[in-house]
Design a protein around this ligand. Structure first.
Ligand code: GLA
Length: 390
């Protein structure tokens, strides 16, 4: 982290000929279990990563947002009084989206000079976007000298996605990027937004993230399609049981099973995944508490099979890499993580086999797909914070 801070500080100086006022950081995340449950008001169990998005920033006297994205060497200047999307610099939409939502809440905002750098691979299911949103929000808070409550911050980030960017995503990514804690995963009830920190204390095991390095195709539209399919299931359940529930979470698995013959088959499969996945999250938390590692691994596998078979958000590369992982010595379980359609997997591996696991996984994956995979290992880390002030 120290090197990144020095790097971004220097880049800020080179660009703006002055020191920044502050450097903030918000982490990416990996979801251990509870996939595609958040927008159905279900349960999730993500943990924040060490990798994330850093921003060095300084207040301007005018209302311009003058940002430089170091990873892609792009600069963009926009006026926060004229919020609009920018198809040429789509990364700037996250900065603009956050300022737009803050303005709606009547915060008085200032222009900012900023330099952004991320050490989390982009668009591969580790929430680089949510980490950018949460870093931008933290920066506005510091520079504007106000504080927003954690839950409200996550909700604000979700509105940026839902309203400014048109992705009907849930609240998990922003929530963990803001509220994550070192050494813990976070068990979130996406209905009440109450959460519990779950210690991740696995003396002989490690969570390994494997990146298929396969670009996610059509994520946005396919993602929104799944949200619509869940709503179709919800409508059938509501009319069958004469209720007006707002989310799939309100129905039990038994209630769903009773409607199997009258529900549209695709909608039924989607709802079946969601309701069984909620149960898997609860079981996983129990298994973690009891130190039952094999059970945790089995639940990861079951979650993945459900995402392949019923939710249909995996792709060839994800299926290949999880298949390979399960056959390597020391692997207790593997599943895709995040939205799917490409991106990353999470694997629970006996630490003594770690090197062999990562080497074999990358080698065999490349043999079968001609793609270069990579592995990331990160302890559970803290949520959005200030990392340096000047
Ligand atoms: C994306 C969304 C989250 C969540 C996951 C799938 O990461 O941003 O809200 O729905 O997909 O679990």
């Amino acid at each position: 982290m120290g090197e990144i801070i020095e790097y971004i500080e220097k880049q800020f100086y080179d660009l703006f000929k002055t020191k920044p006022e502050v450097i903030v950081k918000a982490p990416g995340r990996v979801n251990i279990i509870g996939e595609h449950t958040d927008y159905n008001h279900g349960y999730v169990l993500p943990m924040a990563l060490e990798q994330g998005t850093y921003i060095a920033g300084k207040r301007r006297k005018d209302s311009l947002l003058n940002f430089y994205a170091l990873n892609i060497h792009r600069q963009c200047i926009a006026d926060l009084h004229y919020p609009s999307r920018n198809p040429i610099e789509p990364w700037m939409d996250y900065v603009m989206g956050v300022s737009y939502e803050l303005k709606k809440l009547n915060y008085s905002l200032h222009g900012i000079d900023g330099v952004i750098y991320g050490d989390i691979p982009m668009a591969c299911g580790l929430s680089s976007s949510a980490s950018l949103e949460m870093a931008v929000l933290k920066l506005f808070e510091v520079i504007g000298d106000f504080t927003i409550d954690d839950v409200e911050s996550a909700k604000l980030g979700q509105r940026v996605e839902n309203e400014f960017l048109g992705l009907k995503s849930g609240i998990m990514d922003q929530f963990i990027s803001r509220c994550g804690k070192k050494e813990h995963a976070l068990f979130l009830d996406c209905r009440t937004l109450e959460y519990k920190l779950i210690p991740i204390d696995l003396p002989e095991h490690t969570f390994v993230i494997a990146n298929t390095n396969c670009p996610r195709g059509l994520t946005g539209s396919k993602y929104n399609e799944r949200v619509t399919e869940c709503n179709t299931a919800l409508n059938t359940l509501n009319s069958y049981y004469k209720r007006s529930a707002t989310h799939l979470r309100d129905f039990t698995l038994d209630e769903l099973l009773e409607t199997k013959n009258i529900m549209e088959p695709v909608a039924f499969k989607r709802a079946y995944h969601v309701l069984t996945e909620n149960q898997r999250v609860l079981s996983c938390i129990d298994a973690l508490k009891n130190g039952d590692i094999q059970k945790v691994g089995n639940l990861l596998n079951e979650s993945d099979f459900s995402l392949q078979r019923d939710y249909e958000v995996t792709n060839r590369e994800l299926e290949i890499i999880t298949g390979i992982a399960r056959n390597i010595e020391g692997c207790k379980g593997a599943r895709m993580t995040g939205a799917g359609f490409g991106g990353c997997t999470i694997n629970l591996v006996e630490t003594k086999y770690l090197d062999n696991f990562t080497n074999m996984l990358i080698e065999k994956y490349s043999e079968e797909t001609s793609r270069k995979g990579s592995c990331i290992i990160s302890p559970p880390s803290d949520g959005a914070k200030i990392v340096k002030t000047f």
